[in-house]
Design a protein around this ligand. Structure first.
Ligand code: 16G
Length: 240
């Protein structure tokens, strides 16, 4: 199956062969890969070459390395369609996953300059700053810092980690969230993100910034989230 005369590098051929076995369901999430030694003997290639193929797929999140145990086929990434404004809780429930949060920080403070700009208010405005690790079936997916204008939202509950902030604002505060604007950019996990997401510093993350408005256009929320690049992917439908 490996063509040593092909212009495609050998590690790449092995990588795509592994990918095919996973895509066709021959190898299932949780299955352990054969050892590097077995791979290299079967294909008559060096262990280094096998390692390179596996490293590439581990970086993509297709494979998962577990120290002292081996390399396994990872669970497929969570796919989130980009349609309408949804909350993390809604996103997870729609996928049949259990939403969860771990509260890292929760405080009332004056709006930092960038936040004041996004919320179209002054730096004297009191905002809630809420840092949460967002989890799906107890696995950290995103590290999120939310700023909410207290003048608009009023008091927030103390136990924010156990509830959906959007449903609290909509159902208990009767606020009508009208829409939002969001940007995505590629980034590498900094120390804080890596620690909270249980990933290596420098691992790929997708940085998302969102400003949310009430139906009348009043800015309510500004959020910065780092989503794990190995566990999450966004899809969009683009009619032409
Ligand atoms: C999502 C939103 C965030 C919002 C949160 C509310 C992104 C990038 N961010 O994580 O802006 O604050 O949902 O979630 O989608 P909750 O209602 O579950 O607390």
């Amino acid at each position: 199956m490996i063509d040593k005369n092909s212009p495609l590098p050998i590690y790449y051929q092995i990588q795509e062969m592994i990918r095919k076995k996973i895509d066709t369901g021959q190898w299932q999430p949780g299955d352990m890969l054969p050892s590097e030694r077995i791979f290299s003997e079967d294909f008559d290639v060096s262990r280094m070459t096998v390692r390179q193929a596996v490293t590439e797929l581990a970086k993509e999140g297709v494979l998962q390395r577990e120290k002292g145990k081996g390399t396994f086929v990872a669970e497929p990434k969570i796919e989130q369609p980009l349609q309408g404004l949804t909350s993390f809780t809604e996103d997870m429930k729609a996928r049949g996953l259990k939403p969860g949060s771990a509260l890292v920080q929760y405080q009332l403070r004056k709006a930092p300059k960038k936040v004041a700009e996004a919320l179209q208010t002054s730096t004297d405005t009191q905002v809630y700053e809420i840092k949460r690790v967002r989890m799906a079936d107890d696995v950290p997916m995103a590290y999120e810092t939310t700023f909410i204008n207290k003048e608009i939202a009023g008091d927030l509950p103390e136990d924010v980690e156990n509830r959906s902030i959007y449903s609290f604002l909509e159902q208990e505060k009767n606020l009508k969230i009208g829409g939002g604007e969001q940007t995505f950019e590629a980034s590498l996990a900094n120390t804080e993100e890596a620690e909270n997401l249980a990933i290596e510093e420098g691992a790929p993350v997708l940085l998302i910034q969102r400003a949310t408005y009430l139906e009348d256009g009043t800015p309510l929320e500004y959020v910065k989230s780092a989503y794990r690049g190995d566990r999450y992917k966004f899809t969009i439908n683009m009619p032409r």
